[in-house]
Design a binder for this molecule. Structure first.
Ligand code: NG6
Ligand code: CA
Length: 512
């Protein structure tokens, strides 16, 4: 009798029936809300700045807030490349800020998050900022656009090609520019203006809304000068102030249409990137100028998405992640009052540097995940990166991790474990830094230490820089000289990963 009971008990144990485990719902929906240049201190849940973001805070309060969450890079295109492919963008030639007419950067043979989820039966959609290139050379914007998000796994796309400050200033739905009229074709060129077309230099009086500070002196549209030249397509040109409402509506529609099937939505917010053009509902509301206003607008968008999920009950079956593609910048090329109006606000949350920088504020960004009933409210100091979504979603949907760079941190993202990455390579305009444990190593890079126009420290120095983030979160004390053993250990560990890309014996390091 005893023997039988023993067998029964061991059977139950082996079966796991004694350990009461809540199974994860099958194929939850996944939404990534990806802000553009939102800083670590821009979200009030981080308790650093003075701007209030109630909706993002609510998400953090009900979910998990990561204090050590990173984009792979300090600029947009490479971070987006890393997020979608799970591959370090510095491995990919040409993964840097792209013009609006650049070819598709993602190889169509690669497994991407949407492609992988599609295989698991998901409906996949992208709304908002793309900035990963279209086509494979010269683009005819008036025809079907081949090689776009729809060719790397998205069933549906409603995007802007690059950035709000780059032409073409139009929306693209799947393969077509929205609202184009046949008799007024849209032409785009990044080298040469079209004859007779006004620019910010030839017609400065057209800059009725914003003036350029550096760069941004080419085509004029909606009272704002842009990067690159365009002509025609008048009926399709966007109205910047309506962009938030349009992207939000597309996102809500996507959720609504697919509410009964598993879906993946990548919602690329355009805020608070320049040019900052809040809808009049938000203009002047933050007291911190247009940068604050568009962050309030973005916060409202986040709130509307969460509201929709709550109202439909989808919140119990949807993992929502909010993060940013790189750190903050105030003057990114327009005279918009962002610097003057910033007051006591600290977009970088006390971290050193900002957008474009190898210091922490370049890539350490707001990073929040929520999933009602599954993620218990908490704060996590685990080191996590957007590059890890691929492997983690592979785990979530029972698939194989296709990328060696991407780590399965599903349990960390769901708050069931605090064991994040052991290390992480960071990138800023093709310069690398390396994070391991409490330490960060920035190898010597040539170039000026500060980008004067944007007033941000880039992290360049001809000396090795070594910081202990635990005792020195603001990276003020370079310990490279006083801790040569740690320096060597970090160099060795970094070499193991970046391997043949750097010549570590050279005085100044450059990617090969
Ligand atoms: C820079 C632009 C900057 C911004 C950035 C890309 C100038 C002088 N500066 O080249 O305004 O557009 O590219 O930002 O043109 S990102 O967030 O998309 O990476
Ligand atoms: Ca960005």
């Amino acid at each position: 009798m005893k023997f039988k009971l023993l067998i029964l008990l061991s059977f139950l144990f082996l079966n796991g029936s004694f350990i009461k485990k809540e199974p994860l719902p099958q194929k939850p929906n996944i939404i990534i809300i990806y802000a553009d240049d939102l800083g670590y201190g821009d979200v009030s849940a981080y308790e650093k700045g003075i701007l209030q973001t109630p909706n993002m805070d609510k998400m953090a309060k009900n979910g998990i807030r990561f204090t050590n969450g990173h984009a792979t890079s300090a600029t947009c295109t490479p971070s987006r490349y890393g997020l979608l492919t799970g591959i370090y963008p510095w491995r990919k030639e040409g993964a840097r800020v792209l013009p609006g007419d650049a070819p598709l950067l993602i190889d169509t043979s690669l497994v991407t998050i949407p492609k992988m989820l599609k295989k698991a039966g998901y409906q996949t959609g992208i709304v908002g900022k793309w900035h990963l290139g279209i086509g494979k050379g010269e683009i005819d914007w008036n025809k079907d656009l081949l090689l776009n998000p729809n060719d790397v796994g998205f069933d549906y796309s409603y995007i802007m090609a690059a950035t709000t400050d780059r032409v073409p200033t139009v929306f693209i739905e799947n393969r077509r520019v929205v609202g184009l009229e046949i008799n007024d074709p849209l032409l785009v060129n990044y080298n040469k203006n079209f004859e007779g077309e006004p620019t910010a230099l030839s017609n400065p009086e057209l800059m009725t809304k914003q003036k350029w500070d550096h760069g941004h002196n080419m085509s004029m549209h909606n009272g704002i000068p842009r990067i690159g030249f365009q002509k025609g397509g008048k009926s399709a040109l966007w109205h910047d102030e309506d962009m938030a409402d349009i992207f939000l509506k597309q996102s809500l529609d996507f959720i609504h249409i697919h509410k009964n099937k598993p879906f993946f939505l990548y919602y690329g917010l355009h805020q608070p990137h320049v040019p900052r053009s809040p809808h009049p509902r938000f203009a002047g509301k933050s007291g911190l100028g247009v940068r604050g206003d568009v962050i309030l607008e973005a916060d409202w968008c986040v709130g509307e998405i969460m509201k929709k999920l709550e109202e439909t009950g989808l919140d119990k079956n949807t993992l929502v992640i909010l993060s940013s593609d790189n750190g903050p910048v105030l003057n990114d090329g327009y005279i918009d009052g962002a610097v003057e109006m910033n007051g006591q606000h600290t977009p970088s949350g006390g971290l050193r540097g900002g957008k474009y920088s190898l210091y922490e504020a370049g890539t350490r960004v707001p990073f929040i995940a929520s999933w009602k009933g599954v993620i218990r409210p908490q704060v996590s100091d685990a080191l996590v990166c957007q590059i890890d979504f691929l492997a983690s979603f592979a785990q979530l949907t029972g698939q194989k991790n296709p990328s060696a760079d991407s780590q399965n941190l599903l349990n960390v993202f769901l708050g069931k474990s605090k064991k994040g990455r052991k290390n992480l390579v960071l990138e800023a305009s093709n310069r690398l830094a390396f994070k391991k444990g409490d330490w960060v190593l920035i190898p010597p890079h040539k170039g000026s230490s500060i980008a004067k126009e944007v007033n941000i420290e880039l992290g360049n120095s001809l000396q090795y820089q070594l910081f202990n983030l635990k005792s020195d979160n603001a990276e003020q004390n370079n310990l490279a000289k006083v801790n040569p053993r740690k320096l060597e250990e970090m160099k060795e560990a970094m070499k193991q990963i970046v391997d043949n890309r750097y010549n570590f014996d050279a005085k100044e390091l450059e990617l090969k």
